[in-house]
Ligand binder design. Structure first.
Ligand code: SF4
Ligand code: SF4
Length: 298
């Protein structure tokens, strides 16, 4: 791919880790900062909807917010015969019913909005209401790029709908970086389903290796492309390197265990703005990913 074509790629990259605290947000925001200098159409989506914190590191102006809602059933007890059919159809145990006592209640927090109960009810006893699950906030950064934050409301059981709405808001073109939810459960799967490449970030410790293995096994079942960044390189042992070698997994970059990086991070500063060598290394890593996996828009 020629240099001028690099500026016009469409690429979705997820930054993910098997657990929190491995440097996922550091890497996502740093890459976003690096690319914001060179690419006009680059976005960062913070999909860690339970605890989004990428925004702390980004100078930005709020453009708009959007409420994410879900349909939740409402029982009309005047029509209800307490037949229990809605309860039987609900796969999420979101309907509590005690027919002898004529008690029926929808537990909003457990409801997944599937509509099965409405379908099941033969007595026209169920209507629906909108319940807010979270907020999508869209910002313009001081470099004119787009930052989107998906934040779920406290008490909501699953962030999946909020993440989906955040992904939709980002659109399909340009370079999109996803700061994925940690772990390998539904929120992670939802985020990475639509990506072109995933960067797994981990640490060279037994815990880091264990979590990396889980992430790799999950990605293998999804037949997705991925590579690994090791954070705090120099800590721990060599087991993780042996694992990568044996399993022929690409080591994209090692972020050194460096007091200066930690110091900037603790002050919510972007280390790349103070450490040009770090910025250059991340830029090179990104160009190699884009050359391998990007699709030219033209
Ligand atoms: S299916 Fe309808 S009538 Fe039966 S218990 Fe549920 S709401 Fe009531
Ligand atoms: S919409 Fe689905 S999840 Fe919610 S109460 Fe009805 S059946 Fe259960």
């Amino acid at each position: 791919m020629e240099e001028k074509e690099l500026k016009k790629v469409d690429l979705k990259i997820a930054v993910a880790s098997g657990k929190g605290g491995t440097g996922k947000t550091f890497l996502s925001t740093s890459l976003f900062g690096v690319l914001s200098s060179d690419y006009t159409d680059v976005k960062l989506i913070d999909c860690d909807a339970e605890e989004p914190n990428s925004g702390i590191f980004i100078q930005k102006e709020l453009l708009k917010t959007k409420s994410v809602t879900q349909k939740v059933p409402v029982i009309n007890t005047d029509n209800c015969t307490y037949c229990s059919k809605c309860h039987d159809y609900c796969a999420y145990n979101a309907i509590f019913i005690l027919p002898p006592s004529k008690i029926i209640k929808v537990i909003d927090e457990l409801c997944h909005g599937c509509g099965a109960c409405s379908y099941a009810c033969e007595f026209d006893a169920i209507t629906e209401k909108d319940v807010e699950q979270g907020i999508i906030s869209t910002y313009k950064t001081n470099q004119g790029r787009t930052f989107i934050e998906a934040r779920m409301n406290v008490g909501v059981m699953s962030p999946v709908n909020v993440i989906k709405a955040g992904l939709k808001e980002a659109g399909e073109t340009g370079i999109t970086i996803y700061d994925s939810p940690p772990g390998t459960s539904c929120p992670f799967i939802q985020t990475v389903t639509d990506y072109d490449f995933v960067i797994l970030i981990t640490e060279p410790t037994p815990f880091g290796l264990n979590d990396l293995k889980q992430s790799v096994e999950t990605l293998k079942t999804m037949d997705k492309k991925y590579g690994v960044v090791i954070n705090r390189a120099g800590l721990g042992n060599d087991e993780i390197y042996n694992y990568l070698k044996v399993n022929k997994i690409t080591l994209l970059y090692e972020i050194p265990f460096d007091r200066e990086i930690a110091s900037h991070y603790s002050k919510a500063e972007m280390a790349i703005n103070y450490m040009p060598e770090l910025k250059e290394c991340l830029a090179q890593m990104f160009v190699s990913i884009i050359k391998e996996y990007g699709n030219s828009s033209n």
